[in-house]
Ligand binder design. Structure first.
Ligand code: AHG
Ligand code: MN
Ligand code: MN
Length: 339
């Protein structure tokens, strides 16, 4: 007989968490539920992409000089529109907009929070039906409530994040987030349009046997990274090597797998990307917050904790190493010896 269980929706869970804080106003809870609404719309479009004439390029380039796909554009517009009418948010920074987007209505200016986000992560996977994601990061504004948001609101170090998370449009759609009280995962039931609690208090293993890196760039990597990759490939039964190589090319999916199973993800500096490829404010910081909250670690491979880096611009890139603590520490050791 099928086991009966009382399914908890994400909204119920958020309210329960909020009730644990007697002084909480509910603003953050409402903001999270607005992100869920936009995610549901994007999810509908992603799952219908092949039918909805929404595959392919828009013909535009974004600030990074990358081709903007129709779904990148669609996701960006959805989140902008939902957050723009959410009175908790006064501004938004996204991968697809060169400058920050300040929401100028009187109600929006009263919003306490700003959001940094990558509306659609893993663009190269869109047209071939491989998992993609949305990554978001929420900060309390620094500027005065009632005014327009300013750049400084978006250039806070990751340690100041109030909440962060991602939506993974995979074989099932999941929303995973943290408010600094551990990491919780919800799985979408498309038949009724709700996210249900499925992963309580996610903990990442101290070490794993998966490494994720675009090895096509191997020759361009720093020697510490090259040697670490060789270490992963060596045969040693005692340490469970060789490790398994898994690289989807969507940070959200690669991170999600490694967080659950144990592993390490690397996007180091290379000749093509001397500062690394991934963006600090809307890719690395939210993922680093989740990594740490699940017991893992995130650095730039050169001894700097990602969350402590002071951002200087919205689209700043940074080398990124994230995953199981012992694996990240060992990579750091290889980098140090070779510097
Ligand atoms: P985006 O699609 O938002 O531009 O980000 C893609 C990122 C990240 O998701 C992924 O891990 C990485 O770029 C893949 O890059 P390579 O194709 O260079 O490996
Ligand atoms: Mn991305
Ligand atoms: Mn993107």
């Amino acid at each position: 007989m099928k086991k009966k269980f009382r399914a908890l929706t994400m909204n119920e869970f958020i309210v329960q968490q909020q009730n644990a804080f007697p002084y909480a106003t509910g603003d953050l809870s409402r903001l999270l539920t607005h992100i869920v609404i936009a995610a549901r719309i994007v999810n509908r479009e992603v799952s219908m992409a092949g039918l909805a004439d929404i595959l392919g390029e828009t013909g535009k380039e974004n600030i990074q000089g990358e081709q903007v796909k129709k779904l990148d554009d669609f996701a960006n517009e959805q989140f902008k529109s939902v957050l723009g009418s959410s009175i908790e948010v006064c501004g938004l920074a996204t991968e697809e907009e060169k400058d920050l987007v300040s929401f100028e209505s009187d109600l929006s200016k009263e919003g306490k929070y700003i959001v940094c986000m990558d509306p659609l992560d893993g663009s190269s996977n869109i047209d071939v039906n491989v998992s993609i994601g949305t990554v978001f990061s929420i900060y309390r504004r620094i500027s005065e409530i009632g005014t327009s948001s300013v750049l400084e609101d978006f250039l806070q170090p990751g340690t100041d994040q109030v909440a962060a998370g991602y939506v993974l449009y995979g074989s099932s759609t999941m929303l995973v987030y943290t408010t600094g009280l551990g990491v919780t995962g919800f799985t979408y039931d498309p038949s009724i349009g709700e996210f249900f609690l499925s992963h309580r208090d996610i903990r990442t293993p101290e070490k794993g046997n998966t490494y994720s890196v675009n090895e096509g760039n191997y020759l361009e990597f720093p020697s510490g990274v090259k040697q670490y990759i060789k270490y992963c490939q060596e045969i040693d039964v005692a340490t469970n090597r060789p490790y398994t190589s898994r690289y989807i090319g969507s940070l959200v999916s690669d991170f999600h797998r490694n967080m659950l199973k144990g592993g390490i993800y690397l996007y180091p500096q290379s000749n093509t990307y001397p500062e690394g490829k991934l963006r600090l404010t809307y890719e690395c910081n939210p993922i680093a917050f989740l990594a740490e909250q699940s017991g893992g670690m995130a650095t730039d491979g050169m001894g700097r904790r990602i969350l402590e880096i002071q951002p200087e611009s919205i689209h700043q890139r940074v080398p990124f190493v994230v995953g199981s603590t012992q694996m990240v520490q060992l990579l750091e050791k290889f980098m140090h010896i070779n510097s």
